[in-house]
Design a protein around this ligand. Structure first.
Ligand SMILES: [Zn+2]
Ligand SMILES: [Zn+2]
Length: 313
């Protein structure tokens, strides 16, 4: 079933790309769009393939890819890179440690790229692996087929809040702005072009996964990203847009935290959370994950620790 879906999606990816150039201004799953000259956004098919979005950045002599994706996603992005440019992919930046962003690392390093991340990504892998890799390998053929016993950590890490790659054509900043979605979250910012890649610290739609997160701190991280004054915001999941994605994400997390905090103050228990709703303005971010998000917020507030710091798998 999964394999059939994969090939169907791959075949239609080509058709989808053509249709996109003819008629659409928004990205589509498996479609690639140029954001500014030399910077392309590829929307991953999260629904059918579990893939994250990717960004390809052209430097003078090489390409940078934002996020390794799952192994099958990595291969699709590699094909895309060859279509877009004759330059090799030199760096692949993991925005965080989750499988849909980092389990393709071994595929990229095998092809000669250097995987790069904020140090917190390697630390998170030490914390959660090999358990997550092993359980994902049973569910996903592309992960299982690598026959590895754990995730491949990024080959190069930086531990300051800013790391820069720069040549005569472009400056690319890699920035750690605090713990939101994971302890290792980092953003990619192009100051001249004002393009910001957010990973899952900021998503455009009901894609927030809070279990490894810090809900109380999340709006501060989105706020720090907003201070960079980006024009183009390229999220880890969902369609690209502008700074309104950052403010919407921050408001969703603020409202999630405040709604649960008010309920806790009124003596509500975990079971009472089911009836809670968030303001209408948050609806782009509200979906099937809401109950899990409310529970994570409840645990964070009642145990006075980031939800990601509480025992979980
Ligand atoms: Zn993701
Ligand atoms: Zn994630």
């Amino acid at each position: 079933m999964k394999i059939t879906r994969f090939w169907t999606a791959t075949v239609f990816a080509g058709l989808g790309t053509m249709a996109f150039f003819a008629t659409r201004t928004q990205a589509v799953p498996n479609g690639t769009t140029q954001i500014v000259p030399g910077v392309w956004f590829r929307e991953g098919d999260i629904k059918n393939l579990g893939h994250c979005n990717n960004v390809l950045i052209e430097m003078k002599d090489y390409l940078i890819v934002v996020d390794a994706n799952f192994p099958s996603g990595a291969r699709l992005v590699m094909e895309e890179a060859k279509k877009l440019s004759t330059k090799p992919v030199k760096y692949v930046f993991d925005t965080h440690h989750h499988g849909d962003h980092a389990y393709g690392n071994a595929v990229w390093t095998e092809a000669g790229a250097i995987t790069l991340a904020y140090k917190g990504v390697a630390d998170e892998m030490k914390r959660y692996e090999p358990a997550r890799w092993l359980s994902t390998a049973k569910e996903r053929k592309d992960v299982g087929d690598l026959h590895r016993d754990t995730a491949e950590p990024p080959k190069q890490t930086f531990d300051k809040s800013l790391f820069v790659l720069k040549d005569s054509t472009r400056e690319v900043q890699f920035r750690f702005l605090g713990w939101a979605h994971t302890r290792g979250d980092a953003f990619v910012f192009l100051p001249k072009e004002r393009v910001l890649c957010t990973g899952d610290a900021v998503v455009n739609g009901a894609y927030n996964y809070t279990a490894d997160g810090n809900i109380g701190n999340w709006p501060k991280v989105a706020g720090a990203a907003l201070k960079l004054n980006p024009l183009h915001v390229l999220p880890g999941h969902g369609e690209p847009g502008g700074p309104e994605i950052l403010t919407g994400q921050a408001k969703f997390m603020t409202d999630l935290h405040a709604t649960v905090a008010a309920a806790v103050k009124n003596g509500k228990k975990l079971d009472d959370l089911k009836s809670l709703t968030l303001p209408d303005a948050d609806k782009n971010w509200v979906g099937d994950g809401l109950q899990a998000q409310l529970k994570d917020a409840f645990n964070e507030i009642t145990q006075n620790k980031p939800t990601g710091d509480l025992p979980h798998k």
